[in-house]
Write a protein that binds this ligand. Structure first.
Ligand code: GDP
Ligand code: MG
Length: 439
């Protein structure tokens, strides 16, 4: 999350109810976060409208505070917009399956052609062949030859003096003769979309009738990626998109825009220059990347899965009244055992990571059972009123639980520290624990 969005969320988290104005402010910040991630402004507008409607009508989810619910809705809607599921490469009934690469110069067509061929070889034991149809840059054919050699895939080429459409015609003939199951056509690009390039690509498409026309788009180009995708799709009616250079520091907002504007699925993402740096596109992971909220989502998932809302509410109440006792301590430990260490949980709350109170909050899970044994040795009165625990009572607890007296003393000290910390957290400005507990 951007800092601004994080601040708004923190503010929201402190409120038991979200007002119309709160929602408006949050939506504005989500809008800015998306624009910062290079999502197209028209796409953002539609998106925010959709989230707003859902957020306004949202049921109160167990274990989640309003801010967390909004983040969750945003993430779900982003995922939905990008197609929910990964979409596989098209495959022809009869060989060869023909894949045509398209895209601007430098987008990564040749590199991606190589990565794809390697993937097909590794996963399907395929026998792909390349056709070198980029005759405009002198080094283009050499580059394809080099890529092809490194992954042991044959290249059909006729140099730079033959018309690309003719090269493709002869290349396809050879692939049929040699029973290659995939043909990947590496085409030329330009710095910008121009008519001559498009005409050539349309001619190649008409001749080859590819099963897959993969538009290769450089994720680093941000907003321009959308125009590029629109332009190519209009002329070529592409079947899928590969988003390259996601290993850079781009937020990946182009993915959302391209899908929304062209309606075509992103099938793969390029994450590096090496031949095995090609991954199937996962909408949910991209959604998290766009919002940059990995930790937040983990927290939400944990909260949904494991947290007992009523129990949590009770604890928050107790904390408020400062009546937290050993019975609560037991409940608390049971919750923690389900969710992981106190420190891990608290660290996921924005603003809590460096809170010194965390140091004393942690209880080694190994010790939990011993601590429980000690608490079970207490009388009901002692559990409710820890102040009763004088030295002789402590000795009795040690004997009853079979634990050394130092451990009993340490536990009581820890309990008091925990109580203090909870009070601090629930009274403080950053009421992290309380938020977590759905307060
Ligand atoms: P083409 O003109 O569309 O064929 O683009 P190229 O395949 O020649 O790629 C242009 C440059 O981008 C090369 O230096 C590639 O190594 C680089 N490249 C391609 N895909 C990726 C990627 O996913 N990540 C990174 N970091 N570089 C890439
Ligand atoms: Mg190339």
């Amino acid at each position: 999350l951007t800092q601004r969005l994080q601040d708004t969320m923190a503010k929201l988290r402190r409120k038991p109810k979200v007002t119309e104005a709160d929602l408006k402010e949050t939506m504005r910040d989500i809008r800015l976060a998306l624009l910062e991630a290079d999502v197209n402004f028209k796409v953002v507008k539609d998106f925010v409208k959709q989230v707003r409607t859902r957020a306004a009508g949202a049921d109160v989810l167990k274990g989640l505070n309003p801010a967390q619910q909004i983040v969750k809705i945003v993430n779900e809607e982003l995922t939905k917009m990008m197609g929910e599921e990964a979409v596989a490469l098209n495959k022809s009934d009869k060989i060869p399956t023909i894949i045509m690469m398209a895209g601007l110069q430098g987008a990564g067509k040749t590199t991606t052609a190589g990565k794809l061929a390697l993937k097909l070889k590794n996963e399907q034991n395929a026998r792909p062949m390349f056709i070198a149809a980029d005759i405009y840059r002198p080094a283009a054919i050499d580059q394809l030859e080099q890529v092809a050699q490194s992954i042991e895939v044959p290249v059909f080429q006729l140099g730079t003096d033959v018309d690309p459409v003719e090269i493709v015609r002869q290349g396809l003939q050879q692939a049929r003769d040699q029973h290659n199951d995939y043909v990947i056509i590496d085409t030329a690009g330009r710095l910008q979309i121009d008519e001559k390039l498009m005409d050539e690509l349309v001619q190649i498409k008409t001749l080859a009738s590819p099963d897959e026309i993969l538009l290769v788009v450089d994720a680093m180009t941000g907003q321009n990626a959308v125009e590029t995708a629109e332009g190519f799709n209009e002329k070529l009616d592409i079947t899928g998109v590969v988003l390259t250079k996601l290993d850079g520091d781009t937020r990946g907002g182009a993915a959302l825009s391209i899908r929304a504007v062209t309606g075509k699925p992103i099938k793969f993402v390029g994450q590096g220059e090496k031949m095995d740096d090609l991954d199937v596109f996962h909408p949910d992971r991209m959604a998290s990347r766009i919002l940059g909220m990995g930790d937040m989502l983990t927290l939400i998932e944990k909260a949904q899965k494991d947290f007992d809302e009523e129990q949590a509410q009770k604890t928050v109440e107790k904390m408020r009244e400062n009546s937290f006792d050993f019975n609560d301590f037991l409940d608390q430990m049971a919750q923690m055992q389900k969710m992981g260490s106190m420190e891990d949980i608290m660290k996921m709350i924005p603003g809590m990571a460096n809170n010194p109170a965390l140091k004393n909050a942690n209880i080694d899970p190994k010790d939990m059972e011993h601590l429980k044994a000690i608490v079970y040795s207490m009388t009901p009165a002692e559990r409710e009123n820890p102040d009763l625990l004088n030295p002789s009572r402590r000795r009795r607890l040690a004997a009853g639980s079979g634990r050394p007296i130092v451990e009993v003393n340490r536990m009581i000290k820890q309990f008091n520290q925990m109580k203090k910390m909870m009070k601090q957290v629930s009274n403080g400005n950053m009421s992290g624990l309380e938020n977590m507990m759905g307060g």
